[in-house]
Design a protein around this ligand. Sequence first.
Ligand code: HT7
Ligand code: ZN
Length: 866
Amino acid sequence: PAPIRLTDYRPPAFLVDEVHLDFDLKPEATRVKARLTLRRNGETGAPLRLDGERLKTLSVAVDGRALAAGEFTEEAHSLTIPGVPDAFVLETEVEINPAANKALEGLYMSGGRFCTQCEAEGFRTITWYPDRPDVLARFTVRMTADDSWPRLLSNGNLVETGRGTDGRRYAVWNDPFPKPCYLFALVAGELDELADSFVTASGRKVELKVFVDPGMSARAAYAMDALKRSMRWDEEAFGREYDLDLFMIVAVRDFNFGAMENKGLNIFNSSLLLADPETATDLDYERIESVVAHEYFHNWTGNRITCRDWFQLCLKEGLTVFRDQAFSADMRGEAVQRIKDVKALRARQFAEDQGPLAHPVRPSSYLKIDNFYTATIYEKGAEVIRMLKALIGAQAFRKGMDLYFERWDGHATTVEAFIACFAEVSGRDLSAFFAWYEQAGTPRVRLASRWTPETGELEITLTQRTPATPGQADKRALPVPVRLGLLDAEGRTLAFELDGEAADETLVVLEGEETRVTLTGVTSRPVVSALRGFSAPVELSSDARPGDRYVQLAGDADLFNRWEAGQEVARDLILARAGGAPDEVGEERFAEAMGRALNDQASEPAFKALLLALPTESDLAVASPPADPAAIHAARQALRLRLAVHLEDTLKRLHLGLQDGGEFSPDAASAGRRALRNAALEALAARPGAEVTALAEGHYRAASNMTDAMGGLNALMLLGGGAFTSALEDFRARWKDEPLVMDKWFALQARDPSPDALDKVAALTAHPDFDARVPNRLRALVATFASANPARFHAEDGSGYRFLADQILAVDRFNPMTAARLVEPLGSWRRYRPDLGARMKAELERIAAAPDLSRNVVELVSRALE
Ligand code: HT7
Ligand code: ZN
């Protein structure tokens, strides 16, 4: 199939002012009547062409006159009507089958309820329509259903409810804000509601409703609280008020993604909405808070101002991630949040950027836009905005955002138009900066420093190079903001002067291939702490001496770099051992430094928990191509064992001392204590024995919340044996009727690094509770195995790869979007030992050769093989 290209963008030939949709909801045969008020937008005479898929067309009428079969052309994906007037009303009626829709796009059934997912191009499976984001229309929606579906919800305001002449319920909704059809939503079914309200800064009262499965409304309380905090935060941080009088969220079990920002009616994967201490972990709470905020923030960045075309996806997604990260940092602490965000960025986006699926933040072509909801668009898109803010300063950034909201409210626009707002308010030429949107790949930045004791001068030289990525051989130099400070040999902040001004820290912008700065007044040999707070999404290397990292680990005032120093030491030690040259002295030194950091009374538990977590096996594989997963696993285990032995007393003391006696609170400080306690237990579990098994068992049995229960179970899984088997059984017996908790049960077993893990995972696909049609369950087992169990996924005989390929082929038959998301672990085949890489590639080729593949899978598999 031919790719869609950014350069082919043309404005729509017709605009839609008003849409009236009338749904007669029946699971197997829903009738959809659509009345569109259309107006020509371009050259006269062009035919009307509408998008549609899998629609059974019952009638088509123009200005009230039914068209005969020969007066329009219906093809598999389009309906064309020639000779239409410049302004007219089009009426169509179609029949669709939500019950048969297992792709979970358009209108489908989840848990017996009707629900929709229209982004990116799902609306075309509901009715004939110009399904593109630059057609903004006012929607009125009427729906009728039997009493089995008592709640009838759509976007905007509820206008009317009642019963029709046939006795069935109906409801009419009107959304006063013009919107693209991807923001349309409908939900119908039996739901409980949790209600609250919010008074905006200007004094308007907004009704808030969260709809959940019957009996579950107490589990929506945390999401509701997060929603109210998000609403207040957006007013304070960005001056953005909510605009409708009603804001609704609905939780559904079957969902391809995390959540969806439909105007006034967000739809959430229930895993990102429902929480109570018994069933949700602290990580669940944290994600719920950030996703509720993310979807709410879309109301301005995405809904009020939307994308002109799907190439501009980062305009709403990168910006909204930037906003939700800033919110989470305010809620949970800046340094800890930054470390978590960067960990996720490196694990997902850096890996993507180094493989065959690398693409720019704003891509220039695609086959299936669903494949571009990637870490690059989302997370790197957020990093680019973070750099923009660093470069022009917080004040100019806020002014630029204000201008963007003022200028583009109610429109569909582009990344260029967004950047132009910041260029205008700051008076800066941002044309070089724009390359961050157009160029794929992670820049490699090198820092070299030369200190002259006699003059107290420190000369810093920064250089850059971006490796080639598919389709982009030659790379431009990018403006890279590098925040840096200095430490003395004891780890204390070392002041300096720059251009005659005294400073503790500065921002150096690497422009072009090389930038040089000279700091003066540097009175003792400095340790350079560069790229503080991870001020740019680059890979930094430097000429630092080996001991410098220990200085940073002990005392860098920038907590991100303090953590980073520990990770770098650990990474080098593990890779040295994996490469056959273990540095035993270095490992001891690291264990001692870690002990001091864990005993530092001044740093918070959440930070210590992050310090204690060694780089993951996947991170280590990315850092050492061609990677040998078995050697990495063994070497990482060896360092874990050394920490367990060396730090036994400290770890036991932390485990004992951090016991939480009081009532559960999901706040960041309490979560941080639980995180450190569980991390200490996990570290101890590196050294199997009766004592630690008893400790883990006790931890599991005494747990009064899901975080601790999972912490205990995780340690037992690492220890293996009968204690693990019986705890797993106990867990299942207790939680078998709770799907979200059972997802954790499946995911935990998928992460089990023991040698027979694949057999167990394969057996679990036949478990009565496993259903590949439920994306949460599929991801819990299959995606977790492929992405979080490298030791077993990369089995020498290729059985892990074969298992994944079989799953992709099976799932592609009914849910192409979710099948395509499983391709990535095989896509990185060039990064692995050649014999393993060849086996991975062979599985990709087997998939590629299969008949009737979806465009989603075809696109990713063929790019992976290019
Ligand atoms: N904007 C939403 C994207 C989304 C999505 C995309 C493709 C297929 C299914 C989907 N469900 C939701 C989510 C967000 O970024 O907020
Ligand atoms: Zn989003």
